[in-house]
Design a protein around this ligand. Structure first.
Ligand code: ADP
Length: 603
């Protein structure tokens, strides 16, 4: 779909106008004195010329003396000095006292030149600029000149529009939106039976899952115009501007109906209104206007509003009630099949060697969003170019997943041999504990090549399938795998390092969730100690318990982690020989594949 670009303004025109006015001003205002080419002389020269009787006409004003020589061809100017005798000497030199040597501008003209003209000049310049900005409004935020105009980007139908086939892995969302497409195609089918489409549809899901894309695809499939605006663009500096932008957007949309209006990040204006002192008036007014507009148009005008948010819980209930955004379409992170489909869609845009196992890549990229997968494919293509190849290989995609997870490889690492050995033990510890516990995800790769993200090495585990539920023992196993890095340092090298900071944070997060949210401790049972808000944005939690309970919970978290750490230590002590063998192998080879690792472990 192509964005309609408004023609660029010819700034040259304005500059030319300003230049012309300036020139005109200069021409008229140029003092006549310049024309007459007056020569500045010192007082001594003036006295000498007077003595010599070489003075024609003379004019004495308050600050200067202007005079000519006898021929009256040259005009001179000098300053005033205390000279009481001057008049007499001039008289004797037969000078003619005259007031017309230099023509002074008339008082009226000088008034016009010094006051009226500059003011006029600035008024004209101001007008020209204002017009320029007004015409540009709509494309940019020229609110000083044109406050209430919506600056929605308008996309029109075009052959390269996004279609449902471009959006992969979100089949449920597509299914719910197909009805909208059908309605836009055949509105009579719906109106004849008396059904009306929902006015607003809310797309909710984490960032980068394709919400914007799917909204565009609806417009592309139905072949209707697509208005797109971000919630934050409504909120301006002045109260009331957002509201008038909303009005303008709806006016435009009604003119172009049937069409899709897409409001991205609607939480920027649609946040719950609270009785706070000093609330955001502008945002509330904008929201009120949006509510009014949505009430104001009939369900069958052919304007469908799609809005996207990743914080649905913060939206004002008035916005989500029936009659407004009454349909909610979740656009979740893709599952294994979805990830594979997205990778396939995006790899169509690049040249591959035709030998790519997308399922393996999808497995490795567990938890990645559509946007991240698109990025992974692009990184792989860039890598192929960097290596001077013509096509993308499987290895490019695998490496680019690692780049996305952990950053680029650091070329010249500053690790000492001892540190490198410790990192090797650390990573081997993770891998062995993962492999020795039942139900842990298989190890895909172990590497101790430092990455730009700061990771000194990592162990990649990939689940074979989608996981929706985790059992208590699986959570415990995960925690023990996380603690196994530190355990291996302890068992293998006899010391502990700062390298485990990330593992510790992860293990604590998991253990805390198990106890405070998943009801997995015998002590608290099924009591929720914290509430999860903001599900799509990494999840912040709000405490839901007293300080006493919290301190008890902390003890339980520490105990849980300690128990799993001990378990990891005992697994590694039992497999001490393997730990040494694999750590040394890793130390020399820097990267070990999952297969090699299992072979050594099981030999
Ligand atoms: P959101 O609006 O949910 O934050 P976008 O729609 O802006 O995400 O997605 C950003 C980019 O990610 C898209 O341009 C597209 O390249 C890619 N992408 C995201 N989800 C998908 C998907 N389901 N299928 C194909 N590409 C996707």
């Amino acid at each position: 779909m192509k964005e309609v670009k408004r023609p660029k303004k010819q700034l040259i025109l304005y500059y030319a106008t300003a230049l012309a006015v300036l020139l005109l001003f200069n021409l008229i205002a140029m003092p006549r004195i310049v024309e007459n080419s007056v020569t500045q002389v010192d007082y001594g020269a003036f006295m000498t010329m007077t003595e010599e009787g070489n003075i024609g006409r003379v004019e004495i004003s308050a600050n200067y003396i202007v005079f000519t020589d006898k021929t009256e061809e040259n005009i001179y100017k000098t300053g005033i000095l205390e000279d009481p005798d001057l008049i007499r000497r001039l008289y004797e030199a037969k000078a003619v006292f005259s007031g017309e040597i230099v023509e002074e501008a008339s008082p009226l003209l000088s008034f016009v030149l010094s006051w009226v003209f500059p003011i006029l000049f600035f008024i004209i310049l101001g007008n020209v600029l204002a017009k320029a900005f007004m015409k540009k409004a709509g494309g940019s935020n020229s609110m000083m000149f044109n406050p209430g105009k919506s600056n929605a980007k308008i996309y029109v139908k075009s052959s390269d529009g996004i279609r449902f086939s471009d959006v992969a892995g979100v089949d449920e969302a597509k299914e719910s939106l197909k009805e909208v497409v059908d309605y836009l195609d055949h509105p009579e089918k719906y109106s004849s039976i008396g059904a009306s489409m929902p006015k607003g549809i809310l797309l909710v899901g984490p960032p980068g899952t394709g919400k914007t894309m799917i909204a565009k695809a609806v417009a592309g499939e139905a072949n209707v115009p697509f208005f797109s605006m971000s919630g934050s663009e409504f909120v301006e500096m002045f109260v009331g501007v957002g509201a008038s932008k909303v009005r303008d957007l709806f006016r435009q949309a009604k003119e172009k109906a049937p069409c899709i209006v897409f409001i991205d990040e609607i939480d920027a204006i649609g946040q719950r209104r609270e009785g706070r002192i000093g609330g955001n008036d502008e945002r509330e007014q904008t929201l009120n206007q949006l509510l009014t507009e949505m009430d104001g148009f009939e369900g069958n005008t052919g304007v469908i509003i799609l809005a996207a948010t990743n914080r649905p819980e913060t939206l004002d209930p008035a916005l989500t009630r029936p009659g407004r955004f009454d349909r909610r379409v979740p656009v979740e992170l893709p599952d294994l099949k979805g990830r594979e489909a997205i990778l396939r869609v995006h790899s169509k845009k690049i040249k591959t060697d035709g030998n790519i196992n997308f399922l393996t890549i999808a497995r490795m990229a567990s938890g990645a969003s559509g946007a991240e997968l698109a990025n992974i494919v692009n990184e792989a293509a860039l890598r192929a170019v960097r290596d001077g190849r013509e096509a993308v290989f499987q290895s490019d995609l695998e490496e680019s997943i690692e780049v996305v997870i952990a950053g680029h490889q650091k070329k010249n690492s500053l690790l000492t041999d001892k540190e490198k050995l410790i990192v090797a033990y650390h990573e081997t510890g993770h891998a062995i504990v993962a492999a020795k516990q039942r139900g842990s995800a298989p190890v895909q790769k172990i590497t101790i090549v430092p990455r730009t993200s700061g990771a000194l090495g990592y162990t990649l585990q990939t689940e074979a399938d989608n996981r929706y539920l985790l059992s208590k023992s699986e959570i415990e196993n995960k925690i023990s795998v996380l603690t196994a890095g530190r355990a291996a340092e302890q068992v293998g090298v006899g010391t502990v390092t700062t390298g485990a900071a990330n593992d510790i944070a992860e293990a604590t997060k998991l253990a805390r969730a198990a106890i405070m949210r998943f009801g997995m401790s015998a002590h608290f049972g099924m009591m929720a100690l914290e509430k999860h808000t903001n599900v799509y944005l990494g999840g912040e939690s709000v405490l839901n318990c007293s300080a006493d309970t919290l301190s008890k919970a902390d003890t339980l978290v520490a105990e849980l982690i300690k128990k799993q750490y001990d378990k990891a230590v005992s697994i590694l002590t039992e497999n001490r020989e393997k730990l040494d063998e694999i750590a040394l192998y890793l130390y020399h080879n820097e990267t070990v594949s999952g297969k090699e690792f299992m072979e050594i472990l099981e030999s």
